[in-house]
Ligand binder design. Structure first.
Ligand code: RP5
Length: 167
């Protein structure tokens, strides 16, 4: 298998959040790689990774980082591949990393999901892949239908819960 998505994290302390993306790609049968790379602790490795990702067949990059989270922005500055940033909640309730990732200056966008939103990052990455891959698109369709079914079922369950003034 050759990975088509890179799931990057600034530290393995981000793994409990980022593994939600890994589980989704497993479910969608999308080959991915997972790497710990840090813009400040391993800047040269980040440059190597970002400069070569496209030539290795990677189509989308997900970058999770906390605190002064510059990982996604640095990667985005070195590639034309779409980069999705996941702000990790490690200090200030994740507001610091959210702002660091979402507030990229004009020219180098990082598509940003919510704090700890690794699952949404993976869904968005799959949707991007689905634009040119009908099989992946179909799996995303099925996944979204399953979400609809979940809420329809939840509504049925709510009907059975009784309160004195519930009509
Ligand atoms: C960031 O600093 C990482 O992405 C992580 O969220 C945070 C703390 O890293 P550790 O000190 O836990 O390695 O670079």
């Amino acid at each position: 298998m050759k990975p088509i998505v890179s799931v990057i994290m600034g530290s393995t302390s981000d793994l409990p959040v980022m593994e939600k993306a890994a589980k989704f790609f497993d479910e969608m049968e999308i080959p991915f790689e997972m790497l710990a790379l840090s813009a400040h602790r391993t800047p040269h490795e980040v440059e190597q990774f970002a400069s070569n990702a496209k030539a290795r067949g990677i189509k989308v990059i997900i970058a999770g980082a906390g605190m002064a989270a510059h990982l996604g922005g640095v990667i985005a500055s070195l590639t034309t591949l779409p980069v999705i940033g996941v702000p990790i909640r490690s200090s200030f309730d994740g507001l610091d990393s959210l702002l660091a990732i979402v507030q990229m200056p004009p020219g180098i966008p990082v598509a940003t999901v919510g704090v700890n939103g690794a699952l949404n990052a993976a869904i968005l990455a799959a949707q991007i892949l689905g634009v040119s891959n009908a099989e992946i698109e179909q799996r995303i369709e099925n996944y979204k239908s399953s979400l609809t079914e979940k809420i329809v079922k939840a509504n049925e369950e709510l009907k059975n819960i009784e309160y004195k003034f519930k009509c």
